[in-house]
Write a protein that binds this ligand. Structure first.
Ligand code: SER
Length: 854
């Protein structure tokens, strides 16, 4: 049975039994900071199990993309382990519990998939007598096939819904096993196919467990493993889900590694390339942290294998094979093929640099260090050369040497500790001070009468601040937004009886009050001073407009580019904002236009802002976009604009999007690998922007004396002309600068500059040299003889006297057996045979008599 059919049969089975089919969620969990990647089918449904939000139906079924790294070291060596996998599941939220779940599972595996009941084994939790009885009663399973195992308990992460589980295992036969003593859950002979979890508790952070209001069922069947059984294969890598990928790498592998090592590398290549494509398609890009690091790690592991097998073309061609197999199920693999390939290629390039640098060092270590790689050496490779430990281990394995991984780990731990303490000591300078709490009133008002509760200067509290002193101040009620969530701190003023201070900035303190940095201008400010605190309204309004604009942009980017766009940070100020997000490809100018249009449509819709304070779970369930690694408090603030955008956010915003006036995206650029930055301007800043643009264009069209629409053509023409001139200049510089010249005095004091060169110059160059000669004799004449060419130039003064260079050239050339002619200022001709002397003589004669007659 093909894997596509297995998927379809499973989902049909449950749909026919009243379950609603839901599509797979992306691998990046939506608003769930407790998880790096979606690791099970139930992850998107956590809040339904907890009763925090209502599921779209009481019974659901799905085929969910999942990713696990716990067994990453097993991948390759084991026939059954992978990182990315597909989990088929059925879910009940109070609709049914153990009995129905067990009866469905039994019917599906034996009747639909036709597995031999004699090869099926079951496990239950030791305290779960119900399930043990049900397997016997509902499914007719003999009691000796139902094994009680302590670890039959399942939870999705450190907190959340959990409960006992019951598993179905398939006996692959003794030839798969590692020897006697194997049973479900131990060894490779019994393959776990399906896990049924009976959710009835919730695990809390403090370790306590409380019963759920309603019970639930969460089941998960591994598609790859089911395919292995139904396709009668010895490993998941022989199924139709993996085999074409392995075959592709195999056909491109030029290395001589054979046997199990070859197979191991091929499996690593297939699994990790497949996993990487799905991660990238869902918005993950290689980095040194979090999910980006998971991706980098599998890619580097795969690239080590590609290196060992000398795979021609590396990982990139594998992506298309992955898309061929899974593209119908997950169309973003096809839609995003180009960015996926680019990301793979870029990582491959980086890796080859790392490899080139580190390999040399590795060889030196081996040469000097004898038989092994010390922990210090492995750490140096990791820390300075960017070698993941796995790579060092792999290289060491290929050379049959050991790596001291214990020492490596010690060094790594020590480094992490150092990192933490240095961060702590560079924290806010006021961290050690006891500061009074304050309340932020800036969402409601921008001006308030309040009292100063602390004045801090030079790291001490309780000072009296006098003019020009810069101090930090705590206000009992604070209207100044302290910098956070990308938005800069507010500015403004404090005024009191006889005094005034400027508020230059507002900053939060960890877990403490906001601090206003102030410069006292007049009077004295001390604890107890009653002040009027006033936020600079124009600056605040500018920040609010830009902050709201980034929310609209965030959603518009997802609408235009795809849901894989993930915000990575922003800077929101009164004059402009920048918005960073991960996206593997450049944003084209057409896309930028579409995004800008989408944002401005929302401005024109004049959407109302709504702010809600929700529990974290409610917020997540309501689909609010969050920064992936955002720190959560118990209650979060969710800011929405109509039906368009919804985000967790603590910032200040406009009341309706119409107040933005307009939003201009001034450009997009790359600010790191896979990281883009868009700059935007809203409201007054947008207006100033296009005013500036208009002025600039006006100035340019003034200089060019051309109306604006003609400016581009004029500039292009100027550029072309400049190129021509540059070309001429280059030629002129290459040619000899001026001819050798002699100056003769003719009748009436007129001077004749005579130049002579044997070179057969081009006409343009002859002209240039003749001009040059003429310039050396004011009001005179010039003759140039270049090869067999004669050129005569005369000044304006001589033309005014009635002389004609053309006539003279004609007379001279004819007299010497050649041809000549020209106009008043320039005469030229050919005198092939005549030498310099004869030519000069002829010119002197003709010019002389012309001057006499003039
Ligand atoms: N959540 C359980 C598992 O992942 C069943 O779906 O095994």
């Amino acid at each position: 049975m093909f894997s596509d059919q297995i998927r379809a049969h499973f989902l049909d089975f449950f749909q026919q039994r009243g379950h609603l089919l839901v599509p797979s969620a992306p691998l990046v969990p939506k608003d769930d900071p407790s998880l790096l990647l979606v690791s099970a089918g139930m992850v998107p449904f956590k809040t339904y199990f907890l009763g925090l939000s209502k599921p779209p139906a009481e019974m659901l079924t799905s085929c969910q993309k999942a990713f696990r790294t716990v067994d990453i070291d097993e991948v390759g060596s084991s026939p059954q382990h992978d990182t990315f996998f597909e989990m088929l599941g059925n879910f009940s939220f109070g609709a049914y519990f153990k009995e129905q779940a067990i009866s469905y599972a039994h019917a599906l595996v034996t009747e639909v998939f036709g597995l031999d009941p004699d090869r099926l084994h079951y496990t239950v939790h030791p305290q779960d007598d119900d399930s043990a009885r049900l397997w016997e009663r509902v499914a007719g399973v003999p009691s000796e096939r139902v094994l009680r195992l302590e670890d039959n308990f399942w939870q999705a992460g450190p907190t959340g819904p959990c409960g006992v589980d019951s598993e179905i295992h398939y006996d692959l036969g003794p030839e798969f096993g590692d020897g006697p003593g194997e049973r479900p859950g131990r060894g490779r002979r019994f393959l776990e196919l399906w896990n049924l979890v009976f959710m009835d508790k919730e695990q809390f952070e403090d370790g306590s467990v409380r019963p759920l209001r309603q019970t639930g069922v969460d089941t998960g069947m591994g598609l790859e493993r089911m395919a292995m059984v139904l396709q009668d294969k010895r490993s998941i890598f022989d199924t139709d889900l993996f085999h074409p990928i392995l075959a592709d790498f195999d056909s491109r592998a030029r290395g001589r590694v054979e046997g199990f090592q070859r197979l191991r590398h091929l499996r690593i290549l297939a699994d990790h390339t497949r996993g990487a494509c799905l991660l990238i398609a869902d918005g993950v890009l290689p980095s040194n942290e979090g999910r980006g690091y998971v991706l980098r790690r599998i890619l580097r592991r795969a690239m080590v294998s590609a290196q060992s097998l000398r795979v021609e073309g590396g990982l990139v061609p594998g992506a298309a094979v992955v898309a061929q197999i899974l593209g119908r199920q997950y169309p973003n693999l096809i839609e995003l093929m180009a960015p996926i390939e680019t990301a793979l290629e870029q990582e491959q390039e980086r890796f080859s640099e790392v490899l080139a640098r580190g390999l040399g060092r590795f060889e030196e270590m081996l040469a000097s260090g004898g038989r092994g790689i010390s922990g210090e050496d492995a750490f140096l490779l990791h820390d300075t050369f960017g070698f993941p430990l796995e790579l060092t281990l792999d290289l060491a394995l290929s050379r049959d040497v050991e790596v001291d991984t214990r020492r490596f780990q010690q060094l790594l731990d020590a480094q992490r500790l150092r990192g933490r303490s240095s961060r702590a000591s560079s924290g806010a300078p006021v961290a050690h001070l006891e500061l009074p709490p304050n309340s932020f009133v800036g969402y409601e008002v921008t001006e308030v009468e309040t009292v100063v509760t602390a004045v801090i200067a030079g790291g001490e509290t309780g000072r009296v601040a006098e003019p020009t002193a810069e101090v930090e101040v705590v206000l009992a009620e604070n209207p100044f937004y302290p910098e956070g969530g990308g938005q800069v701190g507010d500015q403004g003023s404090l005024s009191w009886e006889g005094g005034r201070a400027l508020v230059l900035d507002s900053q939060p303190t960890p877990g403490g009050p906001a601090l206003q940095r102030c410069r006292v201008e007049q009077g004295a400010l001390s604890v107890g001073t009653r002040v009027t605190a006033k936020v600079d309204p124009a600056r605040r309004a500018g920040c609010a407009r830009h902050h709201s604009a980034t929310h609209l942009l965030n959603q518009a980017l997802r609408d235009v580019l795809g849901p894989a766009v993930v915000q990575r940070g922003s800077l929101v100020g009164p004059e402009h904002a920048t918005f960073d997000f991960s996206w593997p490809a450049p944003v084209s100018s057409e896309e930028l236009v579409l995004i800008e249009q989408r944002v401005n449509e929302q401005v024109r819709r004049d959407l109302h802002r709504r702010v809600e304070l929700l529990s974290v779970e409610e917020a997540r369930a309501s689909g609010a976009i969050a920064l992936p690694d955002e720190a959560y408090q118990q209650l979060v603030r969710v800011v929405s604009f109509g039906d368009f955008s919804r985000e967790l956010c603590g910032g200040t915003h406009v009341d309706t999007t119409g107040q933005l006036g307009a939003v201009v995206l001034t450009g997009s650029r790359s600010v790191g690998q896979g990281l883009r930055r868009i700059e935007l301007l809203a409201g007054v800043a947008a207006e100033h922007h296009w005013q500036r643009q208009r002025e600039l264009l006006g100035e340019v069209s003034g200089i060019l004396r051309a109306p604006a629409p003609e400016v581009p053509d004029r500039v292009r023409a100027l550029q072309a002309r400049a190129r021509e001139l540059e070309q001429e200049l280059r030629q002129a510089r290459q040619a000899p600068s001026g001819p050798e010249s002699t100056i003769l005095t003719m009748p009436k004091g007129v001077r004749l500059a005579v130049g002579d060169t044997p070179l057969d110059l081009e006409q343009k160059e002859r002209r240039r040299q003749a001009d040059h000669l003429l310039a050396s004799v004011e009001d005179g004449a010039a003759m140039l003889l270049a090869g067999g060419h004669l050129m005569i130039r005369i000044s304006e003064a001589l033309i005014a006297k009635g002389l004609n260079a053309g006539t003279m050239a004609q007379a001279v050339c004819r007299g010497l057996g050649g041809q000549g002619g020209g106009n008043q200022e320039l005469g030229q001709g050919v005198i092939p045979e005549a030498g310099h002397e004869a030519a000069l003589e002829a010119v002197r004669r003709v010019l002389g008599s012309a001057l006499e007659e003039a």
